[in-house]
Write a protein that binds this ligand. Structure first.
Ligand code: KIV
Length: 272
């Protein structure tokens, strides 16, 4: 692990490439608002993802499908205002890029222009190659996302681990190579067997960031609300909770209510 990366002023796609070369693991977390992004950026996270998981975490939808491009831009602009170190990646939402490379480019341009973000992420392999290449022609860096791709949940039917069978594993490796060749600067691998993720990370020269993809990839990403323990219902095997904020915030709220009801808040010191 090289300390030089911890003091870097602004992480770029070149920094990430160098981190892979030097085997310095890359940290990535999601953020959707100014306050959370300020904490995560200030702590030294390398990449902040304005994920379309905002659809679940911020808006309470069951899937990532309903979130719109305008809503993603709102979240991304709030995050950008808080960050000075991390590279900010924004998800292109469902319906803003699939099957139409011109629309993909327009969506990516809107995100970059209206939020000030540094790059975009798209889900899928061979089928979105043309969209990726078109976005890259505008000088917009693109991150790929393979394995469990939540925008295709109705095709998969479940949130189970992907590519356990040889045919799907082979297709995943092929897609990873296609994305690298198309020019993505990094790849997220979600919920795939650790041994397969290891083979892909070894084969690719770009960084591979895992979520539920084991320890042999080049970096890790988690949804920050899950990592902070703000969400009690979601407990996949890959999730490590570093705090239990759901419990702590519930306790704090109960204490506040009690203080208000007993007229213990505000005190004399807390009034004008
Ligand atoms: O939207 C998101 O949060 C993501 C991560 C799970 C990688 O895509």
């Amino acid at each position: 692990m090289s300390a030089e990366f911890n003091t870097i002023k602004r992480v770029t796609t070149n920094t990430l490439q160098e981190m892979k070369r030097q085997k310095h693991k890359i940290s990535m977390l999601t953020a959707y608002d100014f306050t959370m992004a300020k904490i995560i950026d200030g702590a030294g996270t390398d990449i902040i993802l304005v994920g379309d998981s905002a659809s679940n975490v911020m808006a309470g939808h069951e899937t990532t499908l309903p979130i719109t491009l305008d809503q993603m831009i709102y979240h991304a602009a709030s995050v950008i205002r808080a960050t000075s170190r991390a590279l900010v990646v924004v998800d292109l939402p469902f319906g803003s890029y699939q099957g139409n490379s011109k629309e993909a480019l327009n969506s990516a341009i809107r995100i970059m222009k209206e939020s000030g973000a540094h790059s975009v992420k798209l889900e899928g392999g061979k089928e979105i190659k043309e969209s990726i290449e078109r976005i890259l022609t505008a000088g917009i860096p693109v991150m790929g996302h393979l394995g469990l791709t939540p925008q295709s949940i109705y095709k998969f039917g479940t949130y189970e681990v992907r590519a356990k069978e040889e045919v799907e594993a082979k297709k995943l490796m092929e897609d990873a190579l296609i994305l690298q060749q198309a020019g993505v600067f990094a790849l997220v691998l979600e919920k795939v067997p650790a041994v397969l993720a290891k083979q892909i990370a070894k084969k690719l020269s770009i960084p591979v960031i895992g979520i539920g993809a084991g320890k042999w990839v080049d970096g890790q990403v988690l949804v920050s609300h899950d990592m902070f323990g703000m969400n009690e219902e979601f407990s996949p095997r890959f999730l490590r909770r570093y705090l239990h904020l759901f419990d702590d915030m519930t306790k704090a709220t109960k204490n506040y209510i009690k203080d208000v009801q007993e007229n213990k808040f505000p005190s004399e010191k807390e009034q004008y």
